[in-house]
Design a binder for this molecule. Structure first.
Ligand code: DX5
Ligand code: ZN
Length: 218
């Protein structure tokens, strides 16, 4: 399994201090920063878009922005997110009819490409060809749309299925993940760990980051 990558979700941070919050996470041991982009259509909420991401990338040099695109037309935002400094562009398979072309266009803009599946989407929705082209697979462990939800256990077997098919691929889990749920995620084979509430809600985020990382790497 590839090494652990911890990607705190800024959805649980103070948006008024976004660059400072990102710096705080990187100083606390985070490798990536998870940016939840919601369009009010694929999911009911609206969060942020390319202009906010551009400010963050300017304010936090060297940041790896793990952009989780909860949007209905993921094809539409590739250029804007690339221009804003996005490092990884993760789209939902439920939102596109041509995921292969989309991955090619993401790679053309020199971003890594991720493919996300929502709780009701089976792991078989990700074909071998698609997964081989993708840099990361994201198994949602809550319904996309808001932070602070309860981890859905029945999503975990999908992580194990994907890990069995793709031993060397980055596999991310997102939603309700924290010290109480990391064991099952790590055992199933996820190595990229998103956590919002569990990290930002902690008195010492660096300790939570260290716990998540060591559980995956052990
Ligand atoms: C949910 C988002 C998640 C969420 C995670 O739609 O994709 O990234 O912010 O937050 P927690 O860890 O609080 O569930
Ligand atoms: Zn997310």
């Amino acid at each position: 399994m590839p090494p652990a990558i911890i990607s705190p979700s800024v959805l649980a941070s103070d948006f008024g201090q976004l660059t400072a919050e990102c710096k705080r996470m990187i100083k606390g041991g985070a490798q990536w920063i998870h940016m939840d982009v919601m369009d009010g259509h694929f999911v009911p909420n609206i969060t942020m878009g390319a202009p906010v991401l551009a400010s963050v990338s300017k304010g936090v040099p060297g940041i790896f922005m793990d952009c989780h695109m909860m949007v209905s037309q993921p094809e539409k935002w590739v250029n804007d997110i690339a221009d804003a400094g996005g490092s990884l562009y993760c789209f939902h398979i439920e939102a596109t009819s041509d995921p292969i072309s989309l991955i090619h266009s993401i790679h053309e803009r020199h971003m890594k490409a991720g493919v996300a599946i929502s709780p009701d989407t089976p792991s078989t929705a990700i074909s071998d060809g698609l997964a081989e082209l993708a840099d990361m697979l994201l198994v949602m462990t809550v319904y996309p749309g808001r932070g602070g939800q309860k981890f859905i256990d029945r999503c975990v077997p999908k992580v194990a299925e994907l890990r069995a098919r793709f031993p060397n691929k980055d596999i991310e889990v997102d939603g309700g993940v924290g010290p109480k749920t990391i064991d099952v995620c790590a055992q199933a084979g996820s190595n990229v760990i998103v956590a919002g509430t569990a990290i930002f809600g902690a008195e010492k985020p660096e300790e939570v980051i260290a716990t998540l990382k060591s559980t995956v790497d052990k």
